[in-house]
Design a protein around this ligand. Structure first.
Ligand SMILES: *Cc1c(COP(=O)(O)O)cnc(C)c1O
Length: 403
């Protein structure tokens, strides 16, 4: 079998698009001024930032351009939304936050830190497919709830949450609502009005802009405290000289990302459906994590009993396939994914998981190659796995690796 290179880790990061790349160039060399400068070189840069701000505004359906605030990354946007809302709540004695057990670490670890500082956090538990309901949120809201934060799309298993419904509940109860929409842009329609959100986090590098730029949408009139103090950039609410090239690229990238979503999804789905069917039928004791129907089309998260996901990733890499074990942030930790354990997987099963995230740049040849390599790789690892042999003996499964 001919070795190929297949990039299947688009939920970890994406390649910068041609348009995004082109959009950066003027601000690296010619128009390198500081956007705060009063001279025309600075104004060129500040026009670049404004243009990108309008592009982001349009892409997410924000009412005003002044509701978009650029940050250094998606993690900063999440930290800001949560810490800012916590500080605001504290002023009126509200020290309760509601989030879910399957959030990105940027949300979970920020909430854990707030717990050390006198806040109480409710981590809603998803069902076995990874869904949170508006009813769960409604039942958890209290008099002293300062914020609800629920992600739009899960980065590990791709499940899509009912954000508009949850937002409606929060509006009725007059509680601030934040969503981490980092994995949603370019995959599902994102409209801050339809979703009933007060705050929404974005990260450029998840939709073909460069790494190190993000944004937080803050609905007009939402008076959350700043996270970064200093100069008066971003209308005095987020200090730090703007990353003009990356911001310009993010504006182009989000415009491209949100156009033609349906066509892109149909194409990606056509690649992924056969992979799901093929893997589940060819590999014994395998499962697809998350929902088969209500997931973003490019996300494939499988568990294979009896093996270590990390070993599988190394073997896939030897065959030129870039995949991940769920979340880049979990690499190096021996704890299994908090998302997979939250949906009820046993630790051992969660350890044997791999996430492949394809996008519209992947081809039918890529899909075919994955379907050839992955079953062989799992079989190879199981052949040498004492854990797999024990599973076969204990459960009376015929060991197919011994043929
Ligand atoms: C990647 C990611 C983040 C963090 O974004 P960075 O720009 O890498 O800091 C936050 N939330 C989700 C769901 C993500 O996938």
């Amino acid at each position: 079998m001919e070795k190929r290179f297949v990039y299947a880790d688009n939920a970890a990061t994406t390649k910068v698009s041609d348009k995004a790349f082109e959009a950066m160039l003027p601000y690296l060399k010619e128009s390198y001024g500081n956007p705060s400068g009063v001279y025309s070189l600075g104004m060129e840069a500040s026009r670049g930032v404004l243009g990108a701000r309008q592009q982001v505004q349009k892409a997410i359906g924000a009412a005003k351009v002044g509701e978009i605030f650029f940050t250094s990354c998606g993690s900063e946007a999440d930290n800001w939304a949560i810490r800012g809302a916590a500080k605001l709540g504290e002023r009126s004695g509200k020290r309760h936050i509601i989030t879910t057990a399957i959030e990105h670490h940027a949300v979970i670890n920020t909430c854990k830190d707030l717990e050390k500082n006198g806040f109480e956090v409710t981590y809603l538990k998803p069902d076995e497919q990874g869904f949170i309901t508006a009813r769960q949120v409604e039942d958890a809201i209290r008099e002293d709830t300062a914020l609800v934060s629920v992600m739009a799309v899960n980065n590990e298993i791709g499940t899509i949450q009912p954000i508009a419904e949850i937002g409606k509940v929060c509006r009725e109860k007059k509680v601030l609502f934040h969503t981490d929409a980092v994995q949603a842009i370019g995959h599902i329609p994102v409209d801050v009005k339809a979703m009933n959100v007060d705050m929404l986090s974005l990260s450029g590098h998840k939709f073909h802009a460069p790494k190190g730029v993000g944004a937080l949408y803050i609905k007009g009139g939402t008076d959350i405290a700043p996270l970064i103090f200093g100069g008066s950039q971003e209308r005095g609410r987020r200090a730090g000289t703007e990353n003009v090239p990356a911001i310009a690229a993010m504006g182009e990238a989000i415009t491209e990302a949100v156009s033609g979503i349906e066509e892109k999804n149909a194409a990606v789905k056509a690649l992924c459906e056969p992979i799901i069917d093929g893997i589940l039928s060819q590999i014994p004791c395998s499962r697809l994590n998350g929902s088969r129907e209500n997931r973003v089309s490019g996300n494939l998260n499988f568990s294979f009993r009896g093996i270590e996901g990390e070993s599988l990733l190394l073997l896939l890499d030897m065959h030129g396939i870039c995949a991940s074990s769920g979340s880049a942030c979990a690499v190096g930790s021996s704890e299994p994914s908090h998302v997979l354990t939250a949906i009820g997987l046993e630790k051992a099963t969660a350890h044997g998981s791999v996430r492949l995230t394809l996008n519209e740049e992947n081809t039918a040849d890529d899909a075919e190659y994955i379907l050839k390599v992955l079953p062989e790789a799992v079989k190879e690892l199981r052949r040498r796995s004492p854990l797999w042999q024990r599973i076969c003996e204990n459960e009376g499964i015929e060991d197919y690796t011994k043929e």
